[in-house]
Design a protein around this ligand. Structure first.
Ligand code: 1HE
Length: 264
């Protein structure tokens, strides 16, 4: 149980409560929201201490870019051993985001590169403003992805496209990213945060067990063999359907108190 006060954050992160959601901002515009240890550990503290009454997060970046990726000034000081542990610390934190308690909507604009794309890939829903572009400049920097990118990005766009991005420096613009699945929603410049808040607010109204099933069961089922997947799906469906929240929602529909499905 966590109290409803927001956790203390470093200056490079800013959070603001709006109803049942938190709006979390990467707040280091002067460095294009490059991700240093302060931000990454700040994200860990934020997600670990999320108050129980926060039901979804909208994550965005200050300034002209979502994130320029790893703060390269930190890379310079790493030995090989420190590099391994540094990468593992990103894995730990990014897993807390992807497999946490509440869904995250990432609102992207400008550069979504390197570790910035790795961070965006942890989110459950991604909104892109038209200014968004995606790159993996690790190739030209002589390094490799270290924030779970080789695990998450191929699940979005395939190994082959990621190879091309890393080997040739190829970038995708917002329209291409939308077609490939890097974003789910594309909006005009300046409209991203409002869209992200709208989506997070809607997600916050879902039954908590549905959100749990979608975040935790669905991706694992998709990675299982069929027969194990069917069993896990049956268990999850029965657990979610047996919850009071589901019963109430179905009764509300049958008694004409719930909205119908409508085209978005
Ligand atoms: C940085 C970083 C950074 C900006 N680390 N300081 N990421 C990259 O290889 C991307 C590097 N950044 C860029 O290519 C550009 O900065 C952008 C295309 C993102 C934005 O360009 P622009 O013209 O708006 O900004 P700028 O003038 O390049 O940068 C402003 C300041 O931010 C400047 O510092 P200043 O002290 O001269 O003002 C930049 O040095 C600084 N800055 N990006 C450190 N990334 C876990 S493994 C993940 C591996 C990776 O993420 S590799 C990819 C790293």
């Amino acid at each position: 149980m966590t109290s409803s006060a927001l956790p203390e954050l470093p200056a490079s992160l800013h959070a603001e409560r709006q109803g049942e959601i938190d709006i979390l901002r990467l707040n280091r515009a002067q460095k294009r929201n490059a991700l240093n240890d302060e931000i990454v550990l700040g994200l860990e503290g934020f997600f670990n201490k999320l108050p129980d009454d926060v039901k979804a997060i909208a994550l965005h970046g200050a300034g002209d870019h979502f994130s320029a990726g790893l703060d390269l000034s930190e890379l310079r000081v790493n030995s090989v051993t420190e590099g391994v542990h540094h990468s593992r610390s990103w894995h730990r934190v990014f897993d807390i985001i992807e497999f946490g308690r509440v869904p995250v909507v990432a609102v992207m604009h400008g550069a979504v590169v390197g570790g910035g794309l790795e961070l965006a890939a942890t989110a459950h829903v991604r909104v892109a403003e038209r200014s968004t572009f995606y790159a993996l400049p690790e190739g030209i920097r002589g390094i490799f992805v270290g924030g779970g990118g080789s695990v998450r990005v191929p699940r979005l766009i395939g190994v082959s496209r990621m190879m091309n991005m890393m080997l040739t420096g190829h970038t995708y613009n917002s329209e291409e990213g939308q077609a490939l699945g890097l974003s789910h929603h594309i909006v005009d410049n300046g409209a991203g945060l409002a869209k992200g808040i709208e989506l997070a607010t809607r997600i916050a109204t879902n039954a908590p067990l549905t959100n749990f099933a979608v975040m935790h069961a669905l991706p694992r089922i998709a990675e299982q063999d069929r027969s194990s997947g069917y069993v896990m799906e049956a268990l999850m469906a029965a657990i979610a359907g047996g919850d009071e929240a589901a019963k109430k929602r179905v009764t509300d529909f049958l008694e004409k108190r719930a909205p119908k499905v409508s085209q978005s």
